[in-house]
Design a protein around this ligand. Structure first.
Ligand code: IFM
Length: 734
């Protein structure tokens, strides 16, 4: 493959049946907003969507979701009176290419109309990374074998919905004198949105134009004439602001398109700073793999998807499990962000990691409220989070196997490890960056409140003389309402101990601040003693004779079925056995205990690692279980020297969205899998380990990889690791 093709993802057929998958893959964006790869002219069944980070709105009943913004993309072309549509006439040539290096989406089409006229069209678009409020598309239109007219309609369409539910109310609009704008507001959360657009048409013949002031869909129209072989240039540039950004978003959007600020045509003015901004991003994080083109492209694709979802200027938003690229999980953030996506940012773009962690800090009050409502102290972070930190997990959803039935979702009630995951991510960020100030001012408060939650949630079992966490769901969601999930218990203990040490450190570093925390949070000695007592006595089901950790109490008594004997299958074990059925057997959705071994390696010795790896690997639904599992499984396989296993799991993660392994990529990118792919390469094959003392590299490259390079930052210093061979292989301190 050419070096350039290792930076692209492409398709060379228009396939209406898989258009939703393609829309996800070809998402463009800049962290402020993302637009799915729908086509400008629009097709039945499409999920045409632009999500703006943090723009949530409520829907009945007590649900909140990212609101699909009024459509900026719309562009219709009439070629000598015939509407350009790929589902009519004949497609003589088609290619779409996403350039991961610059976030440019290009579509080349040769199309014969129903009347037999042939036209070449070159579409391009991007959302500026340099100025996140600006989006631009352009088309070059060339009639090949006819002389005729070109008419362009470019609108801002406020009549959009989230697959049925309309979030926007109209406030105002205009479409005249070349000016186009739309002013709308979300119905419940009252976030105002100002959008302004400018349409440019140029070509060899005179241009005429007017505007259609259709309610909620203002549109500009331009017309010209073309001879065979002549090319017309169409450009639509759109500015987007919300009241989350500025007090007067409409004014800001209109001002952004003022020709004195942004000359017309705008493409070249926007392109250069945009391309430079992307160059800077990749310089900080690119990974190169020689000897495996599929892996190379998949890694860059994963990083691209994370980068276009990452908040660069906003610390009150997170990244949803499906990034900003689809309706899945309604834009809500899970532990996917802290454990799977965040390490990539922590080690390559710590400023973004800081924003993401600040989001949790700003939402502490929501988490406090959740703890209080459940009868606990401190902060219990929501399993699914939107803009306030309050729980937004739906309690009932249609059953995926039979949407006429509703199923109760318990994760929002009892999947409680999320709070510890936030603390873990804070520590990881702190260790990697040495950002003491952030830990002192923000991280510590989160830690203390979460520790307090764990101490109040723990239950004393008098007869067994231990603290327990009953009625929980661990990372493996095939089993709910279990007691003493090992992952949850171990992380409760870790948080309590780390919080105590952190308080000592704050006391040393800044006694006044420590006193302030003690007073403001009412942290007295009795409570601190309780943290210690609970931590010492938390039950952890480790069997020294086998080295096995029981995933939860009674897990080993569940029916042990032969997963291999169920092959070949095309759906998850939960899908085949039903929710109740899956609860009764040992098959797990993701490797709960191995995830623990990955995150807290100090709890497992070599023998125990092998024992748990063998036991749980055979019982994990790797193919159709959770997309979070394969990358972690790959890392653990690397650490245990199981190279072939490692690659098999890694490539499964790498293909999750590009090949639509689970058949649901149309709902959006699996953000955790994308982050996991980076971790599998860097922490797995690349062998990076980091602790307070420094870092070491002990590589485990797949046999067919000729070379791997990756970069990361440790305490502000950029490190480039070039494998095999070229050290250094540790920092001096480690
Ligand atoms: O957070 C995950 C969970 O671990 C498994 N179910 C899907 C969630 C969102 O990706």
């Amino acid at each position: 493959m050419q070096a350039d093709s290792l930076w692209t993802v492409s398709e060379d057929q228009f396939e209406p049946k898989r258009q939703n998958h393609a829309e996800t893959v070809f998402t463009t964006g800049n962290g402020y907003l993302s637009t799915r790869g729908a086509m400008e002219e629009g097709y039945p069944g499409e999920r045409r969507t632009t999500f703006i980070s943090g723009v949530f709105d409520d829907i009945p009943i007590s649900l909140t979701e990212l609101a699909n913004a009024p459509d900026w993309l719309e562009l219709h072309l009439l070629l000598s009176g015939e509407v350009f549509r790929l589902d009519q006439g004949e497609i003589l040539g088609f290619q779409r290419v996403l350039d991961l290096r610059t976030g440019l989406l290009r579509r080349s089409v040769r199309w014969r109309s129903p009347m037999g006229r042939t036209t070449r069209l070159e579409f391009e678009r991007f959302s500026s990374l340099a100025d996140p409020h600006l989006n631009i598309l352009r088309v070059r239109v060339t009639p090949e074998d006819y002389a005729g007219t070109l008419e362009v309609h470019a609108g801002l369409n406020g009549d959009v919905d989230n697959e049925g539910f309309k979030h926007w109310e109209w406030l105002g609009q205009a479409a005249h004198n070349g000016s186009l704008w739309l002013h709308t507001r979300t119905r419940k959360t009252h976030i105002e949105l100002g959008q302004a657009a400018r349409l440019t048409l140029s070509g060899p013949a005179p241009i005429q134009g007017d505007g259609w002031d259709v309610h909620n869909h203002p549109t500009l129209v331009r017309r010209t004439a073309l001879q065979p072989g002549q090319t017309a240039y169409v450009e639509k540039v759109v500015a987007v602001y919300t009241s989350r950004d500025v007090p007067q978003p409409l004014n800001a959007a209109r001002a952004g398109l003022d020709p004195a600020v942004l000359p017309s045509p705008a493409w070249d003015h926007l392109w250069e700073p945009h391309a430079k901004a992307w160059e800077k991003e990749w310089a900080a994080c690119d990974v190169t793999i020689e000897g495996d083109d599929e892996a190379q492209i998949a890694v860059r694709f994963s990083l691209y998807q994370l980068l276009i979802a990452a908040p660069r200027r906003d610390e009150r938003v997170s990244i949803g499990a499906k990034t900003l690229s689809g309706y899945g999980y309604r834009g809500h953030a899970f532990w996917d962000t802290e454990i799977f996506m965040l390490p990539f940012f922590t080690y390559t773009r710590p400023e973004i990691a800081r924003n993401l962690l600040s989001y949790r800090y700003h939402n502490l009050d929501g988490a406090r409220k959740k703890a209080r409502n459940n009868g606990f102290k401190g902060a219990q972070f929501p399993w699914e989070s939107a803009s306030t930190g309050e729980e937004v997990t739906p309690t009932w959803v249609p059953y995926f196997a039979d949407p006429t039935k509703m199923v109760r979702i318990w994760t929002g009630d009892i999947e409680i490890h999320i709070s510890a995951m936030i603390c873990f991510a804070l520590c990881q960020y702190w260790t990697a960056t040495g950002d003491d100030e952030f830990m002192l001012q923000r991280g510590a408060e989160v830690f203390f409140e979460v520790a307090r939650f764990w101490a109040s949630r723990a239950e004393w079992n008098k007869s067994a003389e231990r603290y327990e966490f009953r009625d929980v769901i661990g990372p493996d969601e095939n089993h709910d309402h279990v007691d003493n999930n090992a992952f949850t218990n171990a992380f409760a203990r870790w948080t309590l101990r780390t919080a105590r040490r952190l308080l000592d450190w704050v006391e040393q570093r800044d006694p006044a601040l420590a006193a302030d925390y003690r007073a403001r949070l009412q942290l007295d000695e009795a409570e601190l003693t309780l943290w210690q007592k609970v931590a010492e006595k938390i039950y952890f089901a480790y069997d020294p004779s086998t080295g096995l950790v029981e995933q939860f109490e009674g897990y080993f008594q569940r029916r042990d079925i032969d997963l291999a004997a169920m092959e070949p299958r095309t759906e998850s074990v939960q899908g085949l056995l039903g929710i109740e059925g899956a609860n009764l057997v040992q098959v797990i959705k993701q490797p709960d205990v191995l995830m623990l071994a990955y995150l807290l390696p100090e709890l497992f010795d070599e023998r125990s690692l092998h024992a748990n790896y063998d036991y749980y690997t055979a019982r994990t639904d790797h193919t159709y279980g959770s997309s979070l599992g394969p990358s972690i499984q790959a890392i653990m396989a690397c650490r245990l020297g199981r190279q072939e296993d490692a690659y098999e799991h890694f490539i499964r993660a790498a293909r999750a969205d590009l090949r639509d392994v689970r058949g649901n990529a149309g709902d959006g990118i699996h953000g955790a899998s994308a982050g996991g792919v980076w971790q599998a390469v860097v922490f797995g094959f690349g062998g990076l380990r980091v602790n307070e003392k420094g870092w070491t590299v002990q590589p485990h490259l797949p046999a067919h990889w000729k070379r791997l390079t990756y970069r990361f930052k440790f305490r502000g210093q950029e490190q480039v690791i070039d494998l095999p061979g070229k050290g250094p292989f540790s920092s001096e301190e480690a």
